[in-house]
Write a protein that binds this ligand. Sequence first.
Ligand SMILES: [Zn+2]
Length: 435
Amino acid sequence: MFQRRKKRVCVISLDGVPGAFLRDAFREGRLAPLRSVWQAGEAAELTSTVPPISSVAWATYSTGVNPGRHGIYGFADRDPRDMSQHLLTAKDVAAPRLWELAAQAGKKSAIVNVPLTYPAEPVAGWLVAGFPAPELSRATYPPSLARQLAQDGYLVDPDPGAASQPPEFFSQVERALASRRRVALKLLREPWDLYHLHIMATDRLNHFFLADGLNCGPWAAEFWHAYEQVAELVGEVVAALPKGTELVLMSDHGFAPIRWELDLNAFLIEWGWLELSGEGEGPGRVAPGSVAYSLTPGRVYLLRRGRERDGWIEPDDAPGYLERIAEDLLSLSTPEGKPAIGEVLFGREIYRGPEAELGPDLLALPAPGVELRGGWSGEEPFRPARRQGGHTLTGAFLWIRGRCPRAGTVLDVPPTVWSLLGLPPKPEFEGKVLI
Ligand SMILES: [Zn+2]
């Protein structure tokens, strides 16, 4: 009797790696193990989420819905009622995860290092949480896996603070990749249907050393050595996959060198839209009577009546304020006289769902060479960038072995993975299948 072959899907994601970066590296003879994998498929351009950062992109990938439904707009958010700020965790993701949905369809998953999966929740299979994961003991399912990882010296993520001491930073990257390799290969032997290995180190490398890597800077050799380790890890995982596994490689946002940091709160203060009171850091400093404030990266919120503490802006007046702030943003130029903001989007036009009301009212996307943040020091809006690279909305990629995917957005990847798993279309997914 004919028996349908079990469909398995392996997703390997490289955080913040542009497709063009890989193609250039291959042309220069680098990353050979990844290159030989790459030749067996086709890549398409993937547009990131708004804002284009890992927490939002991976919440979107792992739920198949937009931020207006999953409720994640950054790594941190504020409670508008008291304007306190908190880091987001897996508990804040307001929609079911891809692996939960897969479990309902009888599929087992092995998920390694995907951002915003901490604390680890029970899953049909295995999960090792990704950044941010402060305690390893709460970072795995089953919990017993954490003990084995601790004995193994597992490192979730290099400490970004170590980037000021490059030798220490690169040794942490190496340690994180080596321990990731061991758990990745171990879980590969389990009976999964959906396997996902996420590499975070590439985002860290690009933030701190992208310009060095691209321009033969002081740390170029270490930068490329770490990338070679990533390529070897991908090659090793792919070589160990069960025969017939569908293979997907992807990234979640692009990256580009930056020259300037723009503090949107300092901008709002300078242009008369925001006043700070008191001391310290965070939106608790927003003074009554202010019009707007910002959270990293490029999220702008009005002080809406009924939403924010001291909120006073009525719904009918909100669009007018947003238009004027958008005009001011688009008129900003860097100290070199180049445009600082590439595009301004309105929350009401891009977010749909029950979590949209709490989301940002306006989203600023930086022009090339600029990185946006929401600071609370009240200093100058612009300062020379302290990091070498920043995220971009465009430039991410989706690659599938033996197939020719269409260009799309991060939101389109979950229905695509779902279809590769051989499952019937799921109407909850907002994106479209790209194969
Ligand atoms: Zn990043």
